[in-house]
Design a protein around this ligand. Structure first.
Ligand code: ADP
Ligand code: MG
Length: 238
């Protein structure tokens, strides 16, 4: 289960209110895309959901439970970062299994989970390799594998493909969509790429200076953008 509710969530850095009170409901299993210009608060929102940043006010609910003060490791939320952050000296197997090792899981069950995740990501032949022996796309999949093994309630992706070249970006986009279909887990995906937003999302959240301009399906936003800002972002002919 991965239902996430933000209720009056705010974030200030000193005197700078980056997120004015914000309400948002994310349903279990939804693929939600956050779009908006650089600096509008997309990464901050993800960090607030993951618990990597404390809210200045309001509440974060996960499956109806107040998670506002629950530490990141206990929220059941996995964040996939843009930089791969893999351990170069460790095998793919050890990289993927690392969070489980840290949680104290024994080798047998750990290996079974790692192998299941590798199968989902088409990484089974590469388990004994090191990250340096993999392509960029494979390394990205290892990073995702490390999130999958934790069996999180939700995955958060912060512009995961922006470092990749155009061709790889297209194939990884498809892989992440396939992964969502296979796992059925809630995913929140930040991008400033309109094509990614329109093709991947069940629901798009358009952000502007920390505020939600509009929430809707790609078709709803395309057909009925609420204002020029949304129209400009979605690229619809309003
Ligand atoms: P986005 O991911 O949409 O580009 P961010 O969430 O990174 O935007 O940043 C939103 C705003 O908050 C920006 O104005 C940024 O400068 C500010 N900000 C983010 N993190 C910090 C921080 N740790 N300290 C001070 N200001 C920050
Ligand atoms: Mg960001």
């Amino acid at each position: 289960m991965g239902q996430i509710t933000l209720s009056g969530v705010t974030k200030r850095f000193g005197a700078h209110e980056v997120i004015p009170p914000l309400d948002l409901e994310i349903g279990d299993g939804e693929f939600v895309v956050f779009v908006g210009p650089s600096g509008c608060g997309k990464s901050t929102l993800l960090r607030l959901i993951a618990g990597l940043e404390d809210t200045s006010g309001g509440r974060v609910l996960i499956n109806g439970n107040d998670a506002t003060t629950v530490p990141p490791a206990r929220r059941g939320i996995a964040m996939v970062f843009q930089s791969y952050a893999l351990y170069p000296q460790m095998s793919v197997r050890s990289n993927i299994g690392f969070p489980l090792k840290m949680a104290g899981m024994a080798r047998g069950p750990r290996d079974r989970r790692v192998e299941a995740a590798a199968a989902i990501l088409n990484l089974s032949p590469y388990l004994e390799r090191r990250p340096g022996q993999l392509s960029g796309g494979q390394r990205q999949r290892v990073a995702i594998g490390r999130a999958i093994v934790r069996e999180p309630a939700a995955f958060l992706f912060d512009e995961p493909l922006s470092n990749l070249d155009a061709a790889l970006r297209v194939s990884m986009r498809q892989e992440i969509s396939d992964l969502h279909r296979k796992l059925g887990t809630t995913m929140i995906y930040v991008t400033h790429d309109q094509v990614e937003a329109m093709t991947m999302a069940d629901k798009i959240v358009v952000l502007n200076a920390g505020r939600i301009e509009q929430v809707g399906s790609p078709l709803e936003l395309y057909r009925a953008p609420r204002n020029l800002f949304v129209a400009g972002f979605i690229g619809s002919p309003r």
